[in-house]
Design a protein around this ligand. Sequence first.
Ligand SMILES: C[S@@+](CC[C@H](N)C(=O)[O-])C[C@H]1O[C@@H](n2cnc3c(N)ncnc32)[C@H](O)[C@@H]1O
Length: 205
Amino acid sequence: VNLPPEYREFLLSDLEPGQVYRRCLERLQSDGLTADYQLTETLVYGVEVRYALQVLEGRAPQLYNFGDLDGKGDPVLFQALRQASGQRVAFVGCGPYPVTALLTRRESPDARVTCFDNQIVAFLLARAVLARLDPEIGVELADASEIDYRGYDVIVLAAMVGNKEPLVGRLLAETQAQVVVRGSVPGTHPRLHTVSSQFRADGSL
Ligand SMILES: C[S@@+](CC[C@H](N)C(=O)[O-])C[C@H]1O[C@@H](n2cnc3c(N)ncnc32)[C@H](O)[C@@H]1O
């Protein structure tokens, strides 16, 4: 990935990882740049892998959602949890540092959460982090398109999951779950909860 030097400096700096993420987004905006999916992944993983390594090194976890920039995302998710008939949660696109899944369990200790990611590094690190912090959260290596969604009460799609529109249509038609989406999808539905996100439809910044 051809990462511009100033972003590389941010990513490798001693700044708190969430601050790195914010700085990179601000910089992209002021440079008038968009990143393709691969570059987005590099930026996000540059942040999340560092959080994951901190946990694996035995440091106290940072349990705030660095990606929830305006603070409005988690309340939407927690509201959907309260509206759900049960507490089985699928978190699709958990990332190397599955902080939203961890926060969900803090909010709702009875929730049975399963994380999914289609990227091997994200899956392996998420598994190692969850083994340390909350072994009751499951994690699977799977693409959003191949998950068996039956039986979940809440399904959360992360911002980087691309092509959400057909998937959301399928989830609303085939399950009774509350569907929480970071990013925009057209249309409304009583069980659809969207959280504004700076990511584009293909999951890139
Ligand atoms: C922004 S990150 C993770 C979110 C963050 N760690 C959290 O807890 O809110 C998004 C993740 O989505 C994963 N992802 C993107 N597209 C996916 C897909 N189609 N299926 C499963 N995971 C996907 C990426 O590999 C990445 O690790």
